[in-house]
Write a protein that binds this ligand. Structure first.
Ligand SMILES: *Cc1c(COP(=O)(O)O)cnc(C)c1O
Length: 403
């Protein structure tokens, strides 16, 4: 039924062909020195990536999921404390919360940005919780659990609206860990400080994933945390390495969560191209936007709030008849994805949290209508035209030119 794919959703082969010689040099260096764990390649990448994010410190770890978990632990989360995030994200965000021993609470997203709605966060913190002035702790009334922190997710490459989120966090003594796993290089304009800030430089800590398909991807599993807090960075370094302060001196129990030197070296090679790749993604997004001009009554294109500069990890459109459009594009040989079809609060894994369908209407509406179109730096404008024609052909033959 499906043609062979003419335009893939993501092309991971071409960039590695382009960088083949440089990447092989890294492999040879690692093999010839047997410097597999730690060492100068890891130190160099951590320095370079911290600099790229405008953060003081970077701690390389083995995945984005562990980056989140180690950040919560280093920030001092206690068993059963609440960490608030959104139900419209990849499950790794909430897995990390549970794995750190914390309890998940959700607030809905904003319908235009698809990221945490600061107003919904305020409503949760101020109507469902009480602030204890003596202890300085915010307590969820129904469960009596203390609220520990907030995880804004910079979804699809656009930052959440950090000013109001950080103001609420400061008011109630909450930790903020950015989930920047889809937002390497994204920027946020802080109206409060009148300055552009990079994803990964704003919270108490931030988590990045270098899963191969991310804007900066390793040749395997990898991740990192960034922070401006030296003590946090030190604790995260201990946690990733069996709780060691020095070899065989275990101050705490930790994890085997290090970043391989090989991956760090390859990430350094790719990092040199990231700013350019992100600019290309932004150009491609602008081009899609123009190509969809005649479909804007039917198709909702991504909108960039005035305070974000997105890096388009994904190019996500909304249409009422998502499944049919996806099948139509598959037939035309065009790869697509859905990020994500089932909101976390209605996933089987989270039935125990006590949420129900209807609790987060924006997330539920969005999850039913989103479709991710091909988006990667090697995508050509000719390919984009083909994607757009196929989308517009579907629209005009199924529902008329506009609704
Ligand atoms: C990819 C991703 C993660 C997890 O990263 P891994 O490296 O796969 O563990 C977490 N959060 C979001 C939003 C992601 O997209």
């Amino acid at each position: 039924m499906t043609n062979t794919t003419k335009i893939p959703f993501l092309d991971l082969i071409t960039p590695h062909q382009e960088l083949h010689a440089e990447l092989l040099e890294v492999v040879e260096k690692v093999l010839s020195t047997a410097g597999f764990i730690g060492g100068p390649m890891l130190d160099a990448f951590e320095r370079e990536f911290a600099h790229f994010c405008g953060a003081q410190h970077c701690v390389g770890v083995n995945s984005g999921t562990d980056a989140l978990r180690f950040a919560f632990m280093a920030a001092g989360v206690q068993p059963g404390e609440i960490i608030v995030t959104v139900p419209h994200t990849f499950i790794a965000t909430t897995e990390a919360i549970s794995q750190a021993g914390a309890h998940i609470a959700f607030v809905d997203i904003n319908e235009s940005t698809y990221t945490m709605d600061p107003e919904k966060l305020r409503e949760y913190l101020e109507t469902k919780c009480d602030f204890n002035k003596q202890t300085g702790k915010l307590i969820e009334r129904a469960s009596k659990r203390p609220v520990f922190g907030i995880v804004p997710v910079h979804l699809y490459g656009q930052t959440a609206d950090m000013d109001p989120i950080q103001e609420l966090a400061a008011r109630y003594n909450l930790i903020v860990v950015e989930d920047a796993c889809q937002a390497h290089g994204a920027e946020y304009f802080s109206r409060r400080d009148n300055v552009w800030k990079k994803a990964g430089s704003m919270g108490h800590a931030a988590a990045f994933s270098f899963y191969p398909g991310k804007n900066l991807g390793a040749c395997g599993e990898a991740g990192a945390t960034t922070t401006n807090d030296e003590a946090m960075a030190k604790r995260m370094k201990m946690i990733r390495d069996h709780g060691q302060s020095k070899k065989y001196y275990h101050d705490i129990e930790g994890y085997n969560g290090r970043l391989d030197a090989l991956q760090a070296g390859m990430l350094s090679v790719k990092l040199r191209h990231l700013a350019k790749w992100n600019e290309v993604r932004r150009d491609l997004a602008r081009h899609y936007h123009d190509l969809f001009a005649e479909a804007h009554g039917y198709l909702v294109a991504p909108r960039e709030a005035s305070w974000t500069k997105g890096v388009y990890h994904l190019y996500v459109v909304r249409v009422p008849d998502r499944e049919a459009l996806q099948a139509h594009l598959a037939n035309a040989g065009i790869g697509t994805g859905i990020h994500y079809p089932i909101p976390l609060h209605v996933q089987k894994a989270y039935q125990n949290l006590g949420y129900r369908q209807g609790d987060f209407p924006v997330t539920e509406r969005v999850a039913a209508e989103i479709l991710s179109l091909p988006m990667f730096p090697q995508l050509t404008t000719a390919q984009q035209k083909e994607v757009a024609s196929a989308v517009i052909e579907f629209i005009t033959s199924n529902v008329g030119p506009s609704r």
